[in-house]
Design a protein. Structure first.
Ligand code: ADE
Length: 305
């Protein structure tokens, strides 16, 4: 089946709209220009009704910090789902600087092979960055890159009243996700990270489609080292195999480097890859040989003088 390249719309609700300005730059800016991506950034305070435009209040049960109010977040998420009210009037982000002449909107449509869509659930995905969420993974980025709409809710302070997300399930598939075991001041930076990881996987966004097929995590392992010209730089020589022209040998070497690095810095990933049946006989042979070997380090060599 041939389908039109998926265009994605991302909406972000935040009290700091300018924080999302980096979404207009580089790869994402180019995707916006080409009509592959559109981004709406919405100021949560547009949904307040008091003179102070208050978005938070003290927590029930006591304790430090403030909790973001359901009466503000609820209508904001309702409107963003329907692209109505203030959410329907907010301008879309424009690319920061022109990258391409003419966009896909005006030009011919690009097509890719696509699998038939099986999931009938058309509710947009609502992504809530929070240190209390499930860890964000490449797998999630891959799944979300196939969505037509993603909505991000940026919390600040001690988070957002939990009832907002219970209620939002009527209109959204809600996903609470964490970037890692540390606490940021709010969700905005997490949105930039997640959006970049997702958008680069949309077909047509990266120039060279193969380049993300070799990403770290794409096959459960970390990517090995990369080198470019010159062959010798500050007395450090590129590993010889890479200049041998033997493609099979290069592929094996890269795979071995990937196994060595992963075993050294993220051993749990190697176990997961083995459990998922992602390692073949040659991989197991490499791993057995690496048992008890030194920690992975850049294999570039200093030439003998
Ligand atoms: N907001 C605050 N800390 C966060 C984290 N670690 N991941 C995602 N969102 C957050």
């Amino acid at each position: 089946m041939v389908a039109k390249i998926g265009a994605m719309r991302i909406d972000v609700v935040t009290i700091f709209p300018e924080y999302l300005d980096p979404l207009r730059h580089a790869l994402l800016g180019r995707a916006i220009e080409r009509g592959i991506l559109s981004v709406g950034v919405h100021d949560l305070r547009s949904w307040t009704h008091d003179v102070h435009k208050a978005v938070d209040d003290t927590p029930f049960g006591g304790g430090p910090g403030m909790v973001m109010k359901p009466e503000v977040w609820g209508p904001a998420l309702d409107d963003v789902a329907a692209l109505a009210g203030p959410a329907g009037q907010d301008a879309l982000l424009e690319s920061a600087s022109p990258h391409v002449r003419g966009g896909l909107r005006a030009g011919k449509e690009t097509t890719v092979d696509a699998a038939p869509v099986e999931d009938p659930d058309t509710r947009p995905v609502l992504i809530v960055p929070t240190p209390a969420g499930r860890p964000f993974t490449q797998d999630m980025a891959q799944r979300w890159s196939q969505e037509e709409r993603l909505v991000f809710a940026c919390g600040r302070y001690e988070g957002i009243d939990q009832r907002v997300f219970t209620d939002a399930q009527q209109r959204y598939r809600v996903e609470e996700v964490s970037l890692g075991d540390y606490v940021l001041i709010g969700g905005e930076v997490a949105v930039l990270v997640i959006a970049e990881a997702v958008v680069r996987l949309i077909p047509g966004v990266l120039g060279n489609r193969a380049s993300h097929q070799e990403d770290s995590f794409q096959d459960g392992l970390l990517e090995g080292p990369s080198y470019t010209k010159p062959r010798v730089w500050r007395d450090l020589e590129v590993p010889e195999v890479l200049t041998s022209g033997n493609h099979a040998k290069v592929a094996r070497w890269r795979r071995d480097q990937s196994l060595h690095r992963t075993l050294s810095v993220r051993p749990g990933l190697v176990e997961d890859a083995a459990d998922a049946g992602l390692l073949d006989k040659a991989d197991r042979r490499t791993l057995a040989a690496l048992e008890g070997s030194d920690a992975w380090s850049d294999p570039a060599t200093v030439p003998e003088k």
